[in-house]
Ligand binder design. Structure first.
Ligand code: FES
Ligand SMILES: [Fe+2]
Length: 329
């Protein structure tokens, strides 16, 4: 994970941090987010005094106050009060994390990223956006693969994304990539027949699934008039068993219609998310039993190995040469 030290991680929605502090986990580290004097502050969520969670305390004048003995810390991690102490305050400091608020989400970094975070694939465009948060018992690799996996929808999301008919269509899959990203383009796919597709899309000409370092999974549905619907999901390892995601669901505004579609989309998306969480959790639980098992990479698992390489900061197969396949979807 060290190669991600200088990267941003989306850890919460802006709406999650109001007057009260909020605890999040990043790679097993508890972090408290609160609104300090200079915007959102992030400190280890362990009071340096006796390790009590600062997030259980309250925010007073932009400082966080520990619920145990009332020590306070400002957004720079400096201890600003030790109630009952007379005289000059000794200097105590706790670590701080960089934070940035963008597009309704809070990003945190343990390092010093050179650039602001990439947020989503329709940044700067006139779009209707819904934000979602998810928590899944899984790994970043399994969760990212799941989002980008076109072949599970027939089963995991039967009736929701697909129709009742098991009819499949022949499509061309084109895999391309570059440093730190890979994508699969599905071309020639007919419109999917499930409820979600019926509600939300016109004719579909192309579906794109993309993975970007450090843990971003994107889906784009392209119609004849351009990008019709997209999701960008930022995944992060919260702790050894949990992956958390901050996601954006977007579509072009198109008068008032886009708004209505986005309203319909979010609940349906939550249903799909729950269906995915169920299979991912099952896999996670089963992986703990004996004997140790390695997942089989099947002929349709186009991105698995490459996502794994990107997560390790290693070169991947599609960086220089693209490849093509035909499948029935
Ligand atoms: S444990 Fe936080 S003030 Fe004592
Ligand atoms: Fe899914």
């Amino acid at each position: 994970m060290s190669q991600f030290k200088d990267q941003w991680a989306a850890v919460a929605l802006s709406a999650d941090v109001g007057r009260k502090p909020k605890r999040i986990f990043l790679n097993g580290v508890p972090i408290v987010l609160f609104r300090g004097r200079d915007g959102v502050a992030a400190l280890p969520d362990r009071c340096p005094h006796r390790l009590v969670a600062l997030s259980e305390g309250r925010v007073v004048d932009g400082d966080i106050e520990c619920p145990y003995h009332g020590w306070r810390f400002n957004g720079d991690g400096r201890c600003t009060a030790i109630p009952g102490h007379i005289g000059k305050l000794p200097v105590y400091r706790t670590q701080t994390y960089r934070t940035m608020e963008r597009e309704g989400a809070i990003f945190v970094s343990a390092g010093s990223p050179a650039q602001p975070p990439y947020v989503h694939c329709m940044e700067g465009q006139d779009v209707v956006v819904r934000r979602v948060r998810s928590s899944t018992q899984s790994t970043v690799l399994d969760a990212a693969e799941n989002i980008l996996d076109a072949t599970h929808t027939h089963f995991t999301h039967k009736n929701l994304l697909r129709g009742l008919s098991a009819k499949r269509h022949k499509v061309t899959v084109e895999i391309t990539g570059g440093e730190g990203w890979i994508q699969a383009d599905y071309i020639g796919e007919n419109r999917q027949e499930g409820i979600v597709s019926k509600l939300l899309e016109g004719e579909r000409t192309r579906t794109v699934g993309r993975f970007r370092a450090p843990g971003i999974a994107e889906l784009e549905y392209w119609g004849p008039k351009g990008l019709a619907l997209a999701t960008t999901f930022h995944l992060r390892r919260a702790d050894a068993e949990t992956v958390e995601g901050i996601g954006w669901l977007m579509g072009p505004r198109k008068g008032g219609l886009g708004h209505l579609m986005a309203l319909a989309f979010k609940p349906l998306f939550s249903v799909a998310l729950n269906q995915d969480r169920r299979v991912l959790r099952s896999a996670s639980l089963n992986s703990r039993f004996t004997p140790d098992a390695r997942p089989v990479i099947g002929p349709l698992d186009f991105l698995r190995k490459d996502i794994e390489a990107i997560l390790k900061g290693e070169p991947h197969s599609a960086m220089e040469v693209s490849r093509r396949a035909s499948i029935e979807l």
